[in-house]
Design a protein around this ligand. Sequence first.
Ligand code: ATP
Ligand code: MG
Length: 312
Amino acid sequence: MDAAVVTNGVTKRYPKSGDRPPALNGVSLSIRPGGIYGIIGPNGAGKTTFIRICTTQLLPTSGAVTILGEDAVADPRKVRPRIAVIPQESRPLYFLNVDELIYLYLKMRGMDRPEARRRTDAVLDELGLTGERKRLVSRLSGGMRRRAMVAMVLASDAEVLFLDEPTTGLDPLARREVWGAIRRTVRDRRTVILTTHYLDEAEQLAARIALIDRGQVRLEGTGDDLRARVKHPYRVTLDGRVPRAELERYGEVSDVDGGHLVFTRESDARELALRALGSGAKVSMGPVSLEDIFLQVVGHRIDDETPAEEAA
Ligand SMILES: Nc1ncnc2c1ncn2[C@@H]1O[C@H](COP(=O)(O)OP(=O)(O)OP(=O)(O)O)[C@@H](O)[C@H]1O
Ligand SMILES: [Mg+2]
């Protein structure tokens, strides 16, 4: 079976971007078919640019893009029927009701009426939207609207789905509902490629993750692969009883509420934890989270508004 997405040295310079670095700079990724693939990175990292290029909405400046074995740059028409996309911050058409929204989307994709009808009914049922089917999209809550959009692409016959920040702005409950919908999508060997700012979302949903920063793939793989690749794969938090100066030799130290956080190697984590326990400090240790990896690689937290250029 062909890979879902293969990119080779994809670079994008937007016109009139002057001497700014390219939005994408030699991105090579190979995404296997089936399952959920997560793309994370700070604001301006190039995630949307990558999605737009893969979905044939934007041409790369250089590099190759193959979707399901088809050349997306030379033959976009062969790719389009086989993919679906929910662009970042897109909204469904407000003047339709939920049923019409999904049904018309399927019809526009070229599906015949009975098939579009059957799939619309099935997806409404599956996503718990049957009770809302006659409600106008304009009257739905934000979470419901996102769910309706996920339903649209889910009901389609697209083999690869691209979702650019499908849950941004949703409350935790609505996010979970959308996650459930996305998980159901991949049951049948389809591939979902999603970008997100929520690192817990990437960890919970995606089997593999690419971390993009300033147009480049910095890390790629399963959560464990990512952990194995950072310099300090362990985290130790201690209360303030151990002076900061003593911690510095173990790794990277930062101040946290009431104490310190140390990123360190596994053996050092054990030694440090034992020593700190010996001096009566409160200690917790464990492997780094995706959030920690992000912090180590990108240099600031994902919810930190510092632009990438300034954080460098
Ligand atoms: N149409 C455009 N013209 C010029 N520059 C652009 C355009 N779209 C994006 N850029 C620039 O390209 C870079 C990457 O932007 P992109 O939207 O791909 O990032 P992103 O990772 O999706 O960010 P976010 O998390 O904020 O959605 C940014 O520096 C951005 O300013
Ligand atoms: Mg974006």
